[in-house]
Design a binder for this molecule. Structure first.
Ligand code: DLL
Length: 435
């Protein structure tokens, strides 16, 4: 394969050089952190009074972890390292409870962030001849503006279509010959359902690739989107605390997400003991941002569960690859005492051909017991008024889920397109148990 690199020198930089680079950035970052009201007392208490106290990358471990709770406590300016007058933009994460976490940028921060997104997009094989439809929310959410800037940096024609309005999205693809889209995986599946329902032929669009992220999805979901839309889907990972998108991204090999280690330091820890896990094992991702001065965040506990691939990638990039993030440590559901992750259910149903593109999970109390219901849409070849294949499908779904999670779920089948679709990140789990 003919691999393409946006920042070739950095992307294939030998690891010892990369680590020297990381150390220099970390030292500079610590000086910025010491200017924030949140980190100043914490770093001093850890014996770090300036960049001179960071002599090797190992010194990072002397710095305490930062949590979502800390970010909320620091709202609105506790993590700001420069005078407010020098800030040119803010983004905020969509916290459902309490104060949102707010991230500030100066011009250099935006330039660096854009560079990481551009590098990610280019690494999938795109170039300036592509027409890029950015089907994700613009605004406080980082996904819209982050990808928009990255696409423009490469010189693609960027269509800022934003999220939702599926029929119009398809129309835009037809009118402008869109070759690449960015969306959540759940929205991509919804686009396909709408195209099918409205009789839009695949030949009327020129789509080749999609960037899918901002929410967890399984390898089967990727495969399903790729097969239905006949495109290549690249996994894209990021979080507002670390700028947004452009933190880790799949290259043309589609075998894990290169984490841009010139801009970030990643650690994987055991969330219970807080100790590092052995190389390659799964744990909680902890991130330090090296490429943003204005809001330094050190050793942030993302709650995302993943691990590193240990073998090198055929593309030649030296930046390590994360495995697909299957969920967050706080996603875990305990149903009648059994620990399950929603991703286990997704894996089962998205691999079944007769199941449609949308599903949701509901948990209720039934007396003293928990009742788990999985609602899925049916595929286009099954009809609601034909009870035999319907019952057989229901039974097949029930058995396969039970074999995977050991719990016997109730299964409900719904007409294609009838389950709710959210414009942003999909809401799949409705836990209705009293707290
Ligand atoms: O979702 C940033 C983003 C925008 C990433 C567009 C990719 C594309 P937040 O709203 O702060 O930021 O949510 C971050 O979403 O901690 C993960 O739990 C989850 N997440 C993001 N990407 C993926 C992915 C943006 N590819 C949180 N796979 C993260 C699994 C993901 N989970």
């Amino acid at each position: 394969m003919n691999y393409q690199y946006w920042h070739r020198k950095v992307e294939i930089m030998p690891r010892p050089e990369l680590e020297v680079f990381q150390l220099e950035r970390l030292q500079a970052l610590v000086d910025y952190a010491l200017r924030t009201s949140f980190y100043a007392p914490k770093l001093r208490a850890a014996g770090i009074k300036g960049s001179d106290d960071i002599k090797s990358l190992d010194d990072l471990k002397r710095i305490p972890f930062t949590t979502k709770h800390d970010l909320r406590e620091g709202f609105p300016y506790g993590f700001l390292s420069i005078p407010k007058e020098e800030v040119i933009r803010l983004h905020a994460s969509s916290g459902t409870t309490g104060a949102p976490t707010t991230i500030y940028f100066n011009r250099d921060d935006i330039t660096r962030w854009t560079g990481y997104v551009a590098r990610s997009i280019y690494g999938t094989g795109c170039n300036h001849t592509d027409v890029f439809q950015n089907m994700i929310s613009y605004g406080l959410f980082t996904g819209g503006m982050g990808f928009h800037a990255g696409g423009e940096e490469i010189g693609m024609l960027v269509i800022p279509s934003g999220s939702g309005n599926t029929t119009r999205q398809v129309r835009l693809m037809q009118d402008f010959g869109t070759t690449v889209v960015h969306a959540t995986p759940s929205f991509l599946l919804h686009v396909e359902s709408i195209m099918r329902a409205e009789g839009v032929s695949r030949d009327s669009i020129k789509l080749k690739r999609a960037f899918a992220g901002a929410e967890p999805y399984s390898e089967d979901t990727r495969r399903r989107i790729e097969e239905l839309l006949q495109i290549d889907v690249y996994n894209s990972y990021g979080l507002s605390e670390m700028n947004g998108p452009g933190v880790a991204f799949e290259c043309q090999c589609k075998n894990g997400l290169h984490l841009w280690e010139d801009g970030y330091i990643a650690e994987i820890i055991n969330p219970d003991t807080l100790e590092p896990v052995p190389d390659g094992e799964t744990g909680e991702l902890v991130m330090t941002i090296l490429c943003r001065e204005t809001t330094p965040i050190l050793r942030y506990r993302t709650r995302d569960l993943t691990g590193f691939y240990t073998e090198p990638c055929p593309c030649g990039r030296t930046h390590r690859r994360l495995r697909r993030i299957t969920g967050r440590s706080d996603d875990m559901l305990i149903v009648n005492g059994v620990n399950i992750f929603p991703s286990q259910i997704e894996e089962v149903i998205m691999a079944m051909k007769d199941v449609g593109n949308n599903y949701l999970i509901e948990i209720e109390k039934d007396g003293v017991m928990d009742k788990l219901t999985v609602k899925t849409e049916i595929g286009p070849d099954i009809f609601m008024d034909d009870s035999r294949p319907l019952n057989a499908l229901k039974e097949r779904i029930r058995k396969t889920i039970q074999a995977s999670i050991t719990i016997n779920p109730r299964v409900e089948l719904h007409e294609s397109g009838s389950l709710p679709v959210s414009e942003g990140k999909a809401k799949r789990v409705y836990d209705k148990r009293p707290r």
